[in-house]
Design a protein around this ligand. Structure first.
Ligand SMILES: [Zn+2]
Length: 490
């Protein structure tokens, strides 16, 4: 049992939890955003991140510090918390990113972990190998073996009460990611970054990202805090949290600002293309795009970085509230409309509905059926699993109807797309209390037919009749042989 992390409230695989960071003496509420602080370029100071934006944790590069002539000694002497004037938790990276980028670094796991400890880092990182997507299986396996050796070595380094990351690699091979997750969970390391997803995110491969995270999560345990390493665009927070990510780091706020790019929850805009700011943060409330455009480079970068941070923290708060309310998947659904690749990510998420179902709460306030994808939510899957276990007395003449009760039958159950049939006494229980649109998608009716099929299969000695309002032929075709069909309103 990892006693430094506790997931408190779930929605799907998403959770609001607490990460206790003993060395900093702080508890970080998750999902959390770690702004990346570049030791050499402080677009926004760590103190501002804490006091103005509410950052409870940040990440900085331990390797760059260790190689920096001007900062190395100062960091060792003063410690990171004093150097940065930041009282929250500080995570440090090891140089693995530089290794992936430049092919070579001048340190090893033991040395860099000790250095991270000596500068006062609260969560350190060994030197893992970030294997990019789509490499040969041989390479992915060999590099994963090296990463795993380094995790085992990291376990033996005495770093006091500094927490240590156990990165999960494996490229785009989901079986390797799952195995890597299981191995990492078996170490006594503390935080679990899913590594090398940045190339996927940069090329909008959100479905691949979801599949890789889902695989890592299958190997990890529920008490393992998961960091989506290098992910900081607010448009994908809801999606990644729904798959079970707890930590995110954003260099995007500063990098994008340097490029005159303006973050929104629907994607990225170029400042030059904006006539209006679709945001009410202090920057956008006080300036027009033309005014920001007219600023000198340093002021413009600073203003854009601040807006980018505001929108990023705001989205994280929105995601946490959605987990608490139980409507995270509805937020994912909204975000999925921002870009076709996000829709692919959402659909990939729903391919893992069985995985989401395991931690999805049995009861929530409301289920809003808002799209064809709503039919594939874990609540619908759970209802179908329940139908497959429901036993109806042999010989019952059962009507499943979208219309009225009918006394010609032994019993009448309700029928509602996308759920399928259910006994009337369940009408007031979640998710059958769902708010449904009058005009549902073809998929909703097809899914309801699958529910009828699950019930029929579990109860072969029951005579089933489906009474429906204009179901599409594709849904009627999915009803098993032997189920009688009665169109209503004719
Ligand atoms: Zn703004």
């Amino acid at each position: 049992m990892r006693d430094h992390f506790e997931a408190r409230t779930f929605d799907g695989a998403g959770r609001v939890g607490e990460l206790r960071v003993p060395r900093a003496g702080v508890t970080v509420e998750t999902p959390a955003l770690l702004p990346v602080v570049n030791p050499h370029i402080e677009t926004v100071t760590p103190n501002e991140l804490e006091t103005e934006f509410g950052a409870q944790i940040l990440i900085t590069n331990g390797y760059i510090l260790s190689q920096s002539e001007d900062l190395r000694e100062e960091a060792l002497e003063r410690g990171l918390h004093d150097l940065y004037d930041f009282s929250g938790a500080i995570m440090t990276d090891s140089g693995s990113f530089q290794l992936a980028e430049y092919g070579d670094i001048d340190t090893d796991t033991e040395e860099i972990l000790r250095f991270q400890h000596d500068v006062g880092s609260d969560i350190g990182t060994p030197v893992d190998i970030p294997t990019p997507p789509d490499v040969s299986r041989e390479r992915a396996e060999a590099e994963l073996a090296t990463t795993q050796e380094r995790l085992e070595l990291a376990e033996t380094v005495d770093v006091g009460d500094m927490l240590v990351n156990a990165p999960v690699q494996g490229s785009t091979y989901t079986d390797l990611r799952e195995q890597a997750g299981r191995h990492a969970a078996g170490t006594d390391l503390d935080v679990f970054p899913v590594g090398a997803v940045v190339p996927m995110l940069n090329s909008y491969r959100y479905a691949d990202m979801v599949n890789v995270v889902a695989a890592a999560k299958r190997g990890l345990t529920t008490d393992a805090p998961v960091h989506l390493f290098g992910a900081g665009h607010p448009m994908m927070f809801a999606l990644a949290v729904a798959m079970g990510c707890d930590l995110f780091d954003s260099a995007a706020y500063a990098l994008y600002a340097r490029d005159d790019r303006y973050l929104t929850v629907r994607g990225t805009e170029h400042l030059a293309d904006l006539e209006y700011f679709p945001c009410s943060c202090p920057v956008c409330a006080d300036h027009t795009p033309a005014e920001v455009q007219a600023c000198d480079d340093a002021s413009r970068e600073r203003l854009l970085a601040r807006h980018n941070l505001h929108v990023t923290f705001e989205e994280m708060r929105r995601v946490k509230q959605a987990v608490r309310t139980g409507n995270l998947l509805e937020l994912v659904d909204v975000r999925a409309r921002g870009h076709p690749a996000m829709l692919d990510g959402y659909r990939a998420l729903l391919d893992h509905a069985d995985q989401l179902e395991r931690t999805d709460p049995v009861g929530k306030d409301a289920f809003f059926h808002v799209s064809a994808e709503s039919s594939r939510r874990p609540e619908v899957l759970r209802h179908h699993q329940r139908l497959a276990r429901l036993s109806v007395p042999e010989g019952t003449d059962l009507l499943c109807s979208e219309g009225e009760k009918n006394d010609d039958f032994d019993e009448t159950w309700r029928l509602a797309a996308p759920f399928g049939p259910y006994p009337r006494h369940l009408s007031d229980s979640y998710p059958l209390t769902a708010e449904l649109p009058e005009r549902r998608s073809r998929e909703a009716y097809e899914t309801a037919a699958d529910g009828v099929a699950a019930l029929a299969e579990a109860n072969p000695e029951v005579s089933l009749t489906v009474a429906h309002w204009q179901w599409p032929d594709s849904a009627l075709a999915r009803l098993p042989d032997g189920v009688a069909v009665r169109p209503l309103g004719e």
